[in-house]
Design a protein around this ligand. Sequence first.
Ligand SMILES: *Cc1c(COP(=O)(O)O)cnc(C)c1O
Length: 381
Amino acid sequence: MAASDIHIPGDAGATLVVDLDAIVENFRLIQTTCPRAEVGASVKADAYGLGLAPVTRALFQSGCHAFFVATPGEGAELRSILPEAQIIVLNGPMRGQTEIFVASRLCPVLNSLEQITAWQDGIGAHAFDIPAWLHVDTGMNRLGLGETELAALLADPERLRGVTLSTIMSHLACGDTPDHPMNAAQLARFIAIRHRVEVQTGPLRASLANSPGVFLGPEFHFDLVRPGAALYGLAPSLQRPNPMHQVIEMQAIILQVRDVDTPMTVGYGAAHHVAKPARIATIAAGYADGYPRAAAGNTGDTMHVHIAGHDVPLCGRVSMDLLTVDVSAVPEALTCPGQAVELIGSHISADDLATASGTIGYEVLARLGHRSHRIYKGGQV
Ligand SMILES: *Cc1c(COP(=O)(O)O)cnc(C)c1O
């Protein structure tokens, strides 16, 4: 997008361009990678900050019919967007929440004996219409039935009476490190547990893979995979080349350019020293737009932004609404106020920005959408 194309409303700092066609291409790439599994989409946290409605509509129209959210509230919101989709709530039902599951036809993931009992008590005659997922822990130790709970469940068939289970799932702890021995160990445990459970329940569908799991090989795919990050262009593993299409672009404009001709400091904490004559540009985006404050480190010169063919280093700390860059090496004509600057895009990925900031692409994405002005490209909506 050229500088003249960028329109930022007065109440936004940055513009976040979300390419819906790229999300759909990533969905297809995952389908090709998992030819025997259904591909669902993880769309929790407002589709990782990219916008629940546009993202899920584009995916649904492309043949994605199963969607994973974290909370029942997210599920109810998605139900109003997609009346036909299958919606699975990863955090599961707490006692007293069954009604919202029934009203919005949300499939719960049952993560503990307590959730199984809460569901059993609340679901009544609806059990058959709303099949549940059973989450067994295979090493993540976060959610899911551990061995003791599993043994208790299997020892007493009454515990599942009136509950219709469709699918058994587990979650990988180290999928983004393909050679980690934990992957094979979790896979073996999952297969063993599935067989033990199916003795009691009859055949179930199975699901293990998140985005990293999709790229670990066909034995990890089972019946349904549930990627999020890879759909949005993040690398399934930082140890391998990223096979996904870039989805987002974040831009902001230069507000002011200042010539510095005597040694001085820039920004809060006077943390950045300008020794030689320099030109410093101030850009209308900061950490309130989701640009990580940690990108500038303590001295303010870790990361760069991109201006018309030039990588331009940050200088000084990232403020709430502003960041400052050293444009001394860029022709003056390209740094006038109003000039668009790439913060994330084809030259700087969300993963790059995250690595420079000591975090992961997931966290960068999830924080981008709050104040920035979102623009959608592609999709049929
Ligand atoms: C978030 C989540 C996913 C999706 O993970 P990605 O790494 O974004 O693909 C899948 N399964 C569970 C249980 C999750 O919590």
